[in-house]
Each structure stands twice: as structure tokens, then as C-alpha cells.
Design a protein. Sequence first.
Length: 110
Amino acid sequence: MKIKKSAAKAVLTPNVTTSAESPAKAAITVIDVKHDVGFGNALFLRGTGGGLTWDHGVPLVCVDGKTWRWSGKVKDPLTFKLLINDKIWSAGSDLTIKPGQKLEVKPIFV
């Protein structure tokens, strides 16, 4: 049985996609918040991307008395704000972080 050259070449050539066609890879992204919220209080994150919403917050993990952390694998940039007890919004504009970045934030609450 004879195989046409073009058919054999197609079988041996790997299927390669360009970066524009391939899906974005998730990267571990970390937000460290330096703020003492006081005993019995907690920090929350609201926003878009990475499963965040503006309707209800995601709690951060208390690392020590003045450091709170959120981390996760994300594919797209996050836009977010911080809240104390998911009720008191931090002052200023929304913040943004790209996938794979680590950001340290020192928010102000009024």
C-alpha cells in the first residue's frame, strides 16, 4: 500500500498552537495585607476575577497580628477592594493584581 507524502507528513508533524490560541495558564497569586484590624475582626476581599464577586467577600487568612493573606491560582487579573468584617470598605480606588504576582497592601479604613 502506497502512502502519499502529504498524508505521511501530516501524521508526523505535531499539532502546535500559537500562544494566542492556547488557553491562559493559572498562576499562584498572593495578596498580603498589612493592617491590625483588632481582636475579633477579620479582613475580606471583594472584586472580580479568581472567583471574587462584589456582592460578598472572601475571608483572608490571618498570618500574624498585622498580616492577612489571600492566595489562589488565577488566569486573569483581579480587581479588588478590602473590607473589615465584610462591611467596612477600604478607602481609595480599586486595586489590581496580575496572575503570578505578589502584592503587599497597607489599606486605610475611615
